[in-house]
Design a protein. Structure first.
Length: 241
């Protein structure tokens, strides 16, 4: 706050296992370049003296000052995160699920199978239960994809308004077909939208070929040390993996 008690900036971060993730840090334009961003970041950083977790953030690629601030704290830009939007116009560009695989939504009120949590720990390195609860509480519906042998191959969320993600898969080659399935699982009134990391090259390419477009400048995924396999993951949003 400034002298007249108006809120001129805020920051928030979440911790999941060994990951600290900066969800938001904003300073009003008229109050920037005064050290407020640095002070806000310091206020939400992990406590001094404890074993430092992996630290990560999604930052605007056209904000060099913010990126420099994060990098000075070890949270270095590593990978683009693009917002893809639109409706598929070339369905032949979308890969199909593997032969014998089945996919469908989990019935409302049904507890998530332990396989989902195990997959999260394998792909992300931490338990994602709190974020599953948030996703379902905000209208996202989870879909499960199983192989012919009944093994969970992956999961993904879609909403009636067209948001897709998070998506996690057992094998990198499954991310594009599972994401493509989710695009067909809902019929939104407007555009579909997903945040696709640069490491998910096949998924990125197939969605663009199908007719989705890159919306604005990509963000930058930043981290202090590797913590997730983004060739197997599409995040929920830049503010919450």
């Amino acid at each position: 706050m400034d002298d007249d008690d108006a809120i001129v900036g805020f920051a928030s971060a979440v911790e999941r296992g060994d990951l600290w993730f900066l969800s938001m840090l904003f300073v009003a334009p008229g109050r920037q370049a005064r050290g407020l961003g640095r002070r806000l970041l310091a206020a939400v950083m992990p406590e001094p003296g404890r074993t430092p977790p992996a630290m990560a953030a999604a930052s605007d690629s056209v904000q060099p000052i913010s990126n420099g601030l994060y990098a000075s704290n070890g949270i270095v830009p590593r990978m683009p995160l693009a917002h893809l939007v639109g409706r598929p116009t070339r369905l032949d560009a979308l890969p199909a699920l593997p032969s014998g695989a089945s996919a469908g939504p989990l019935a409302p009120g049904t507890p998530l199978p332990e396989e989902v949590h195990a997959l999260d720990r394998q792909v992300l390195g931490f338990d994602h239960a709190a974020d599953h609860d948030y996703a379902m509480d905000t209208g996202r519906q989870i879909h499960l994809v199983h192989g012919g042998d009944g093994r969970l191959l992956g999961y993904g969320y879609a909403t009636a308004v067209g948001y897709v993600g998070p998506v996690a898969v057992l094998d990198p080659g499954l991310l594009a077909p599972v994401t493509a399935y989710l695009l067909s699982a809902v019929s939104p009134r407007g555009a579909l939208a997903a945040w696709v990391p640069g490491a998910a090259g096949d998924t990125f390419r197939s969605l663009v070929r199908a007719g989705l477009r890159i919306d604005g400048f990509p963000l930058l995924l930043c981290w202090s040390r590797p913590f997730a396999d983004f060739a197997r993951y599409v995040p929920m949003s830049p503010g919450l993996l």
